[in-house]
Every structure is written in C-alpha cells, then in structure tokens.
Design a protein around this ligand. Structure first.
Ligand code: ZN
Length: 111
C-alpha cells in the first residue's frame, strides 16, 4: 500500500532446499490404543484399603517394591491402583525406605 517498492524477497539462495511436500498422506499412526489385557488385573481399591491389616510401612520393602518400578521410580497411582491417600503414604514410605537403604534411589544405569 505504501508503494515504496519494498518487496519482500527473502528466499534462500541455495537452490537445494528441500521443502517439498513433506506432509504427505499420513499413514494414520496413532490410533486408539486399547490396553491389551496384560496381566495386572485392575484392582478396584488399593491394596492397603482392601487389607486393613496391611499398613504402609517403610520397613516393609517387600511390600513397597510393588510400587516401585525396576528402575527405582515410584509407580504412578493409576498403575499401582492405590487410592490417593495410600499412594501418598506409599510414596512417603518409599522415600523413607530409600533413606535407610532398603530401596534404591535409582538403579545404576551404566552408560
Ligand atoms: Zn487406600
């Protein structure tokens, strides 16, 4: 509109830019993933609620191990099936358990 002859001309000089049509027809990568029934039947309540006698105890590493991955991470609640309250307690217990070296912080990963 201003007419000052300012043409926007910023095309790259190299001819070899390959910005051709890159997004072709997608092959439909992510469909809906349905959880394959892979063991681990879902519990409806957390095991601590289910079993009143079972208490979250940081000394009970055998029990806590269910809530730690192989790499030493705490399993998220939707996988562990714990209720919010017990998941918290378990997380606390795991941290405490790490402190006393019953559980690893992480498993050593070698480069
Ligand atoms: Zn619970």
């Amino acid at each position: 509109m201003d007419g000052n002859g300012f043409k926007k001309d910023d095309r790259p000089r190299s001819g070899g830019s390959r910005e051709g049509r890159e997004r072709g027809g997608g092959g439909g990568g992510m469909g809906d993933e349905r959880g394959g029934g892979r063991g681990f039947g879902r519990r409806k309540v957390c095991r601590y609620c289910a079993d009143k006698s079972l208490k979250v105890d940081y000394k009970n590493a055998a029990e806590l191990k269910y809530f730690v991955t192989e790499r030493g991470k705490i399993v998220p609640r939707r996988i562990s099936g714990n209720c919010a309250r017990h998941q918290r307690e378990v997380a606390t217990a795991i941290k405490r358990s790490r402190n006393v070296a019953l559980l690893p912080y992480t498993v050593m990963q070698h480069t």
